[in-house]
Design a protein around this ligand. Structure first.
Ligand code: TXA
Ligand code: MG
Length: 318
C-alpha cells in the first residue's frame, strides 16, 4: 500500500550534541530540518542535492522561481561556491559571521543544485553567526539551502513554536534553541564594481554598509536582472488585515505598540528599536491568533533596523 501525502509529526528537540547529530543524519539523507539562525528559523536542506532542495519548496509551498539562500560554515566554503570581488571580500571580512547575505556569481564547479538558484547565474550566500546553524553545516559537511521555516508568504518564525504552527506535518525535526536574537531576516546585498545594491533591508543597515566599504549603497533592484523575488509585495502576511501607523486601537483591532502607549502588546516599551525587531514576528503571530478581527501597528521610526521593520510591516499590510 502506498500512502499519499505522508504527514510527519515534527519532533521539536532542544539543541544538543545528540539532536545535532540526528539532524545532520537527516540532512545527509536528503531531508529538510528546521534550525535557528540569529535572524529567523530556517528550513535547511543539502544545497547540493536537488531532491532535498525540492523538498524545501514543497514543504513551504514556495514558488520555484524564488531562489534560496545558501548557508556556509566558513569563508573557505563560500569561496568554493561563488566568485568574490574585492568588495565582496571586504563585506565578508567585515560582517561575517552575521546577518548579511551576498548575491554573487555562482562558480561553474560549485556543485550546488540548480534549483537553489532558480535559474539565476548568481547565488545568495550567508555565513550565519548562530552556533546551531553553523554546527549543522559542519556536522553534515554540506552547504545548506535555507529559507525561513514558514509557509510561503506567511509570517517568519522566530521561535520553534512558530515553525511547528506553520509547517506542522511538513517537517520531521525542529532544533529548538529559543527565540532568535535579531528577529528580522538578513540584509541582502549585491556588491557591484563601485556601489552596493541593497536588495532587502535587514540588521546590517545601509549606513553600516557604507561605512565598511566607503561606497554608495543603492536601494532596489535597478535595471539589472538581479532581483529578490521573495520581495513580492504581499509577504509576511498575517491572515487578518493590518493597519499601520496606528496611534490607538479601533474597535476589533489588536494593537501592537511601540514606546509607552496603551496597546495590547508592546514591541518595546522603552522604544528600543533592536528589541522591537526581535519581538516583531512573535507579536504578529500573537495578534494573528487573537480574537480581534484586525491588526493595527504603531508607527516605528526608520532609524537603524527600523528600516527593515517598516519594510516587513508594509508587506504584511499589502
Ligand atoms: O535571515 C535570513 O536570510 C533567513 C535565514 C533562514 O537565513 N533566510 C531567508 O530566506 O530569509 P528566504 O528564502 O525567506 O529569503 C531569501 C531571499 C528571497 O527574497 C530570494 O528571492 C532572495 O533571497 N534570493 C535568493 N537567491 C537570490 C539571488 N541569486 N539573487 C537575488 N535574490 C536572491
Ligand atoms: Mg521568508
Amino acid at each position: 500500500m502506498t500512502i499519499a501525502n505522508p504527514a510527519y509529526s515534527p519532533r521539536s528537540c532542544r539543541y544538543s550534541t545528540e539532536s545535532l547529530r540526528e539532524a545532520a543524519l537527516l540532512i545527509r539523507a536528503g531531508e529538510p530540518v528546521a534550525v535557528p539562525t540569529e535572524t529567523v528559523y530556517g528550513l535547511a536542506a543539502d544545497a547540493t542535492d536537488s531532491h532535498a532542495v525540492a523538498a524545501i519548496y514543497t514543504a513551504k509551498g514556495r514558488p520555484s522561481f524564488n531562489p534560496l539562500i545558501v548557508h556556509v560554515a566558513d569563508k573557505a566554503m563560500a569561496l568554493r561556491l561563488a566568485d568574490f570581488s574585492p568588495i565582496a571580500d571586504r563585506l565578508a571580512d567585515h560582517f561575517w559571521p552575521g546577518p548579511l547575505t551576498m548575491v554573487l556569481p555562482v562558480r561553474a564547479d560549485s556543485g550546488l543544485s540548480p534549483l537553489v538558484m532558480a535559474g539565476l547565474p548568481t547565488v545568495a550566500l550567508r555565513l550565519p553567526a548562530h552556533p546551531a546553524m553553523r554546527s549543522l553545516i559542519r556536522e553534515s559537511g554540506r552547504p545548506l539551502a535555507a529559507p525561513s521555516a514558514n509557509r510561503s508568504g506567511s509570517i517568519s518564525p522566530t521561535r520553534a513554536e512558530h515553525v511547528l504552527a506553520s509547517l506542522d506535518g511538513k517537517v520531521r525535526m525542529i532544533l529548538d534553541e529559543g527565540p532568535t536574537s535579531e528577529g528580522v531576516e538578513s540584509t541582502i546585498v549585491a556588491p557591484e564594481a563601485d556601489q552596493v545594491r541593497l536588495l532587502r533591508p535587514g540588521p546590517v543597515t545601509a549606513f553600516m554598509l557604507e561605512e565598511a566599504t566607503g561606497l554608495p549603497v543603492i536601494e532596489g533592484k535597478g535595471d539589472k536582472k538581479i532581483e529578490a523575488p521573495g520581495q513580492l509585495e504581499s509577504h509576511y502576511a498575517p491572515s487578518k488585515p493590518v493597519r499601520l501607523r496606528a496611534l490607538r486601537a479601533e474597535r476589533d483591532e489588536y494593537l501592537i505598540g511601540f514606546g509607552l502607549m496603551p496597546c495590547h502588546i508592546n514591541l518595546s516599551p522603552e522604544a528600543d528599536i533592536r528589541e522591537a525587531a526581535a519581538n516583531l514576528f512573535a507579536a504578529l503571530h500573537i495578534a494573528d491568533a487573537s480574537a480581534a478581527s484586525r491588526i493595527a501597528v504603531a508607527p516605528i521610526p526608520m532609524d537603524g533596523i527600523g528600516t527593515a521593520i517598516n519594510d516587513r510591516l508594509s508587506r504584511a499590510a499589502a
